[in-house]
Design a protein around this ligand. Structure first.
Ligand code: CUA
Length: 364
């Protein structure tokens, strides 16, 4: 399964693939039978490709699986037949001993070579098909910089006017246009993976990687980091939101605006704003339109609009936000955000956290 989804860079290789095929085949057949129900239950799936890239990966998976199952059935079948045919008979004596058979040896060298070629040719074609030259993409390509962090994602949208729209953990794209992700890391290795969009690709500290695909269907797609990057690697998730062009334009125009100001008379939000923009949050976060400009933590300018919290691990609601602000490391082990609640060594009272939640939720 992994080799089909991983089309980039070095390979974990196919040797031993045959041994893994039986459980894999059973699982795949079970999953493939479930259709939409499977997608609802397991949204982070490679079995519902929605881009050309993902379809190519999917096809390679089924091709290698089919050939592997064919070889497996044949070999085990022949073995079973001989076990039965030459089983022990009382008084049968020793069977006739033979040594060497050129025709057989040529056959069992050639047949696997042909099978490997049948897998290798489409694999090599797929590598080229899914790695276009970033300098030769269509003129209306959407370019997004993706920065892997411990343990969240920063998404940066360079704008024609020189500004950059920055968001986190939720990457928005239009359907029908080429999306070009420029993958970077300023810390350790990560790997961008939204299976329905295509294969995994690493984010590396000393080189820039590229991932190119064209979303076809509007929707919310699940993804996560696919390269071990420390304590909370498995909690480094994300959503990819594919919009119609109009929906995307609307989203981007809103993201490009500075943060929403508290409404006159909404004192909880105004108090929350004061706490956020003058308190500890200033040390790590940016909120456009306020004095906050740090990039250690996610940009919060339109935080209230995000579906999830803490890199896709929980729904963005007041209750989860309180858990997160009070004691982030209890939710995400190793989190660089320290516990803020006064019961756990921080400086914020429950009431102050209530105001902060009100302000963060107002950032639409
Ligand atoms: Cu980032 Cu694993």
């Amino acid at each position: 399964m992994k080799s089909a989804a991983t089309l980039s860079g070095s390979h974990r290789g196919r040797p031993g693939a045959r041994a893994r095929l039986w459980p894999c085949a059973t699982l795949a057949l079970l999953l493939a039978g479930c259709g939409e129900e499977h997608l609802r239950k397991y949204p982070q799936t490679t079995f519902h490709p929605t881009t050309e890239f993902a379809r190519i990966s999917d096809w390679l998976f089924w091709l290698s699986l089919g050939l592997g199952v064919g070889v497996g059935v044949l070999v085990l079948g022949i073995m079973g037949y001989f076990l039965w045919k030459f089983r022990y008979h009382p008084g049968a004596g020793e069977p006739k001993q033979i040594h060497g058979n050129t025709r057989l040896e040529v056959a069992w060298t050639l047949i696997p070579a042909v099978i490997l070629a049948v897998i290798a040719i489409p694999t090599v074609k797929a590598i080229f098909a899914t790695q276009p030259d970033p300098a030769r993409l269509p003129a209306n390509t959407v370019t997004i910089e993706v920065v892997g962090k411990q343990w969240w994602w920063e998404f940066r949208y360079p704008q024609p006017n020189g500004d950059t729209v920055v968001t986190a953990n939720e990457v928005h794209v239009p359907v029908g246009r080429t999306v070009h992700l420029v993958l970077l890391s300023d810390n350790v290795l990560h790997s961008f993976w939204v299976p329905q969009m295509g294969g995994k690709r690493d984010l590396i500290t000393n080189r820039v990687n590229h991932l190119v695909f064209t979303p076809e269907e509007p929707g919310v797609y699940f993804g996560q980091c696919a390269e071990f990057c420390g304590t909370s690697h498995s909690l480094m998730r994300m959503r990819l939101v594919a919009h119609t062009q109009a929906g995307y334009d609307q989203w981007l125009a809103n993201e490009a605006r500075p943060a929403v100001e508290p409404l006159p008379g909404d004192s909880a939000v105004a108090l929350g704003k004061q706490m956020v923009t003058t308190g500890a949050c200033v040390a790590c976060h940016t909120i456009e339109g306020t004095p906050m400009t740090m990039r250690t933590g996610p940009n919060l300018t339109h935080f209230g609009r995000r579906r999830t919290l803490a890199a896709g691990i929980m729904e963005n609601n007041a209750e989860n936000l309180r858990r997160w602000i009070t004691n982030a490391p209890s939710v995400k082990p190793g989190s660089k955000m320290p516990p803020m609640g006064e019961h756990v060594g921080g400086s914020l009272t429950d009431q102050q956290i209530t105001y902060i939640i009100a302000y963060l939720q107002s950032l639409q």
